[in-house]
Design a protein around this ligand. Structure first.
Ligand SMILES: Nc1ncnc2c1ncn2[C@@H]1O[C@H](COP(=O)(O)OP(=O)(O)OP(=O)(O)O)[C@@H](O)[C@H]1O
Ligand SMILES: [Mg+2]
Length: 339
């Protein structure tokens, strides 16, 4: 069984079920009477609607909007209204704030810090973007700090500060744009935000490493997803964060046949069956094979992460017949998560 702490971060590769499971955990916590915040990223429309309409009064669901969070930060930490305006209207800022790899992760950290500090919630569940590398999420603070490294800034800023540099004019003429100019202007504007950004992102990192924060790793019972899961697992380990459990989501149900039933099944196959009957037996057999293969894959995964000596639970969640998009579905998931 999973035991949550004040902060739960749900991680895993793309499409494994992070958003669905985060939502289920949030519903569970809220129904226990805790003031709960679910910070989700791009939930499916139906799920989002179901959560926002839910009658759980302790549950707050927020969807992360990278651009909006970034804009709000610029507004808040710019030294003047004019400086904020200059950054927000810069073409490169507009590009970087939405497109640059890592900004989504970075903004998730920013939001997390803000909400954590507000102390308005007993528990926060943080969904993460479908980023392949958890490292980029956890190392966002370092990366941003690096990106804004003062030396780089100086290097870029020099030409601007010395007026209309020849190099700039030359490159602008070559590219037919004011790209470099805009870039240096952008960095110049960002410099005023640099310290605030760096301080807060390092604090966000502290929250992620605090004993009140647990990570849950989600994976699916397929070889390629497991392999990525192993990489995730090792990265989490290397970053010294606490792992509260691994969830293997969408596991095929297995029908355990007794030796007697297996015998009967084999006999049945030899009967003079109609095409439809044959198809049904065929599907059943293929399903059994799939389930068997998944069991082997799960074994492989357990060996890879040396599960024998692990101190966290590994939970299997069945493959539901339908997509999970309402509170009823999430509660069903919880029956497995908190068995
Ligand atoms: N156990 C399950 N059985 C059946 N369907 C599931 C199960 N878990 C999740 N799903 C479905 O799988 C789809 C993807 O799930 P979800 O959006 O939670 O994944 P994700 O990891 O957040 O994806 P992304 O990395 O793109 O953000 C959804 O349609 C969801 O309803
Ligand atoms: Mg998601």
């Amino acid at each position: 069984m999973i035991e949550l702490k004040k902060m739960t971060v749900v991680v895993g590769t793309g499409g494994v079920g992070k958003t669905t499971l985060s939502s289920a955990l949030a519903v569970k916590e809220a129904s226990l009477g805790k003031k709960t915040l679910a910070l989700t990223i791009d939930p499916a429309k139906r799920l989002k609607q179901a959560l926002s309409k839910s009658s759980l009064k302790n549950l707050t669901v927020m969807t992360l909007d990278t651009r909006q969070t970034f804009d709000a930060l610029v507004q808040k930490y710019s030294p003047s209204e004019e400086a904020a305006h200059r950054i927000l209207n810069n073409r490169l800022y507009q590009y970087v704030s939405t497109m640059m790899a890592g900004t989504q992760e970075y903004m998730a950290l920013e939001k997390l810090y803000e909400l954590h500090e507000s102390n308005a919630y007993d528990t926060i569940i943080l969904d993460t973007p479908p980023s392949k590398h958890i490292l980029s999420f956890l190392q966002a603070p370092d990366r941003l700090a690096h990106f804004l490294d003062e030396n780089i800034l100086k290097w870029f800023l020099k030409p601007t500060l010395s007026g209309s540099s020849l190099i700039f004019k030359f490159i602008d003429r070559l590219t037919g744009s004011k790209l470099l100019h805009e870039l240096s202007e952008f960095l110049l504007s960002l410099e005023s935000l640099y310290k605030g950004f760096k301080d807060r992102s390092l604090k966000a990192k502290e929250i992620l490493h605090s004993p009140n924060t647990l990570f849950l790793l989600v994976t699916n019972p397929e070889r390629s997803v497991f392999d990525q899961g192993v990489v995730f697992y090792k990265n989490l380990h290397a970053l010294h964060v606490s792992l509260g459990g691994i969830i293997i989501n969408r596991v095929a149900h297995s029908f355990q046949l007794s030796p007697q039933e297996q015998k009967e099944f084999n006999k049945l196959k030899l009967e003079n069956l109609s095409q439809d009957e044959k198809t049904v037996l065929d599907i059943f057999e293929q399903y059994q094979m799939l389930s068997q293969r998944e069991k082997e894959e799960i074994q492989y995964f357990k060996e890879k992460i040396n599960f024998k000596s692990a101190r966290f639970p590994l939970i299997e969640i069945p493959f539901f017949e339908e997509d999970i998009y309402d509170i009823k579905g999430l509660n069903l998931l919880n029956l497995h998560l908190f068995k």
